[in-house]
Design a protein around this ligand. Structure first.
Ligand SMILES: C[S@@+](CC[C@H](N)C(=O)[O-])C[C@H]1O[C@@H](n2cnc3c(N)ncnc32)[C@H](O)[C@@H]1O
Length: 203
């Protein structure tokens, strides 16, 4: 896993955030998912948030309980710089999600393009254990991964691709699949990447 951390730190050190394949100027699909959740200003965690502007946008919209977790301190340094003065209101946590014990519970757990890197079954089980420890009853999970017709690699690393039903099977029966759709993300180089977006609610 040290290699994993080194990989991501190297990516965020060598490339500008706008050059990575997952870059989006505006996190449109995440905001759509949040609108479907229908909750405003609730405890929110972005797992593997990287240098995304999602927390910054939510902060600008008045959300006050925001956490971004990432394995890469280089990514969170970029996120912190972009947050500027708003960074004081956002908890930035450097951790590997597969060995993180959430210190509290969140109403919304968001993950765009992180779970799909967990090709090892033990890592997926650890992720789901962290998720169950971190999401309150009635809370929502927004999970986006490459779709079955999506790329086989992301950032040069192998990924697992999922349909909505396959993601539901990974989370188990405590989580009801409320919404799902497919999104075609266009990477900065022009390549198309098919994503599965899901919104679950915990019973
Ligand atoms: C493809 S990027 C997506 C970033 C962000 N979610 C977005 O949509 O812009 C994957 C992110 O997950 C982070 N990451 C990868 N493996 C991780 C792990 N095991 N634990 C925590 N973060 C991880 C990486 O550092 C990177 O920022």
């Amino acid at each position: 896993m040290t290699d994993c951390k080194a990989h991501w730190n190297a990516v965020y050190t060598r490339k500008d955030r706008s050059e990575v394949s997952w870059y989006q100027a505006h996190p449109e699909a995440s905001l759509k998912a949040l609108s479907l959740v229908g909750r405003q200003d609730v405890p929110f965690v972005d797992i593997g948030g990287g240098a995304s502007d999602l927390a910054k946008i939510l902060s600008e919209r008045g959300w006050r309980d925001l956490t971004v977790l990432d394995i890469s301190e280089a990514a969170l340094a970029v996120a912190g710089r972009r947050l500027g003065e708003q960074a004081v209101g956002v908890a930035l946590i450097v951790a590997n999600i597969t060995d993180w014990t959430p210190p509290r519970r969140y109403e919304v757990w968001h993950d765009r393009a992180v779970f799909h890197f967990l090709t090892d079954e033990k890592d997926r089980a650890a992720y789901v254990a962290a998720l169950k420890a971190g999401v309150c009853s009635g809370g929502h999970v927004i999970l986006a991964t490459f779709a079955p017709d999506g790329p086989e690699k992301c950032s040069g690393l192998p990924v697992r691709r999922y349909s909505a039903d396959q993601l539901a099977a990974e989370l188990g029966p405590e989580f009801d699949l409320r919404h799902h759709w497919q999104e075609m993300h266009v990477a900065p180089g022009g390549a198309e990447q098919s994503f599965t977006w899901t919104v679950f609610q915990r019973r």
